[in-house]
Ligand binder design. Structure first.
Ligand code: RM4
Ligand code: MN
Length: 388
């Protein structure tokens, strides 16, 4: 157990979690976007907020951008600002869901001019990558149809394959194209990349630089997500996670809040495959904090991922594998539930203190006065939000 604990501490010290810039802007549902005092007004302030999360957790050194929401005149200046704050720019997310032209599809559109426009948007994103040092282009395809017969499903796949090839051709060596799937929304009859299989089929056709993104909120209820994680790792195509929690749809709630055991089972597959670090899996958050404060919400999220990871690292794998081999169902299951039931907060407190951090990032941030400072300073201007 002592060995396991020491190995867990070492692995946790190497773990990093990427933050989404949009978590620091106002968000809501289609019913209401709630404004909060002190919310960032531009990408520079979003980076400042993300840097606060890194400052107190020590494991969140990268920030994903979303284009056009984080469009600025000078991306080199934005990257330099990030560096000054001790963070760096992570994945660049494209946006194919907020233009009138995309009503019937973007990369899948029957209209070549619309497809070209969607491809050109990715050229802009690749330029942002070059200017900011980002290596991941993340593409979530919001295309789909609402009615049977509305469009030819197969023709849409063919157009998608062709468009993706053109996007892929834009990449530099060392860049990756991360393709995210989602089973429903904004269309409800057939999404064009509804599942990991479709995403994988396109990645395999594209080449080694294309990888699948698994957003934990993008599956039908009851889906065994850890199975998908295992399979994508097995074939070397799990490029990234978008972590969040859901009760119903793509709820984008704080990761680990709805089903901590599911998060643990996912992290268990990661640890089992030795993919926590060095395997090219970018662990990112994709969440919105509609009613809770943003920076503490992100701190809590990072801590939840760390806790699930710590528990997965504490699984006695020798005992687990022995029980699996001998067919001892209850002992095998028990190896997992024992680890899941462990209170890992003291272990994580030790990790933080060994790195000169407060044992309690959430409390330390609350005591820092930053929340009051930004609420007082960030007056005037327009707060960031979806569509900003
Ligand atoms: C989408 C998808 C993407 C994210 C946007 C904001 O639903 O999950 O990953 O970039 O939302
Ligand atoms: Mn996502």
């Amino acid at each position: 157990m002592t060995d396991l604990r020491a190995r867990a501490l070492a692995a946790l010290a190497d773990q990093t979690i990427e933050l989404p810039s949009w978590a620091f802007g106002n968000s809501g549902t289609r019913f209401k976007v709630f404004g909060q005092p002190g919310v960032a007004r531009d990408p520079f302030e979003k980076l400042e907020d993300a840097a606060q999360v890194h400052r107190y957790t020590g494991v969140a050194p990268r920030v994903s951008l979303h284009i056009p929401w984080d469009r600025v005149d000078d991306y080199a200046k934005l990257a330099a600002h990030a560096a000054d704050l001790g963070v760096q720019i992570g994945a660049i997310n494209s946006n194919l869901f907020q233009d009138d032209e995309y009503r019937l599809g973007s990369l899948t559109s029957a209209d070549k001019a619309v497809r070209d426009r969607a491809i050109a948007h990715h050229a802009e994103c690749v330029d942002v990558m070059r200017a900011t040092g980002s290596t991941d282009l993340k593409l979530w395809l919001p295309d789909g149809t609402n009615y049977a017969g509305q469009d030819d499903l197969r023709a849409r796949q063919d157009r998608l394959a062709d468009s993706l090839q053109q996007v892929y051709a834009l990449l530099d060596p060392g860049h990756r194209l991360l393709i995210e799937y989602k089973f429903y929304e904004p269309y409800f009859y057939a999404m064009d990349i509804p599942d990991w299989g479709t995403s994988l089929v396109h990645c395999l056709a594209l080449g080694e630089q294309a990888q699948v993104v698994l957003d934990t909120g993008h599956h039908a209820p009851g889906t065994n997500i850890e199975f998908i994680v295992m399979q994508l790792l097995r074939v070397g195509r799990l490029g990234a996670f978008d972590f969040n929690s859901r009760y119903y749809g793509d709820d984008d709630l704080i990761v680990g809040s709805a089903d901590p055991f599911q998060l643990f089972r996912i992290m268990n597959e990661i640890v089992e495959a030795g993919a926590l670090t060095g395997a090219g899996v970018n662990f990112m958050l994709d969440q919105c904090h509609n009613i809770e404060p943003k920076i503490p919400g992100q701190i809590r999220s990072v801590m939840n991922v760390q806790e699930a990871t710590a528990k997965a690292l504490l699984v006695d794998r020798d005992a687990l594998h022995a029980a699996q081999t001998s067919g001892d169902v209850l002992a095998a299951h028990g190896a997992l539930t024992d680890a899941f039931s462990t209170d890992v907060r003291p272990l994580l407190a030790e990790l933080r203190e060994s790195r000169g951090l407060d044992a309690d990032p959430y409390g330390a941030y609350a005591r820092s006065g930053n929340q009051e400072r930004i609420a007082g300073e960030r007056v005037g201007g327009r707060q960031a939000g979806w569509g900003a």
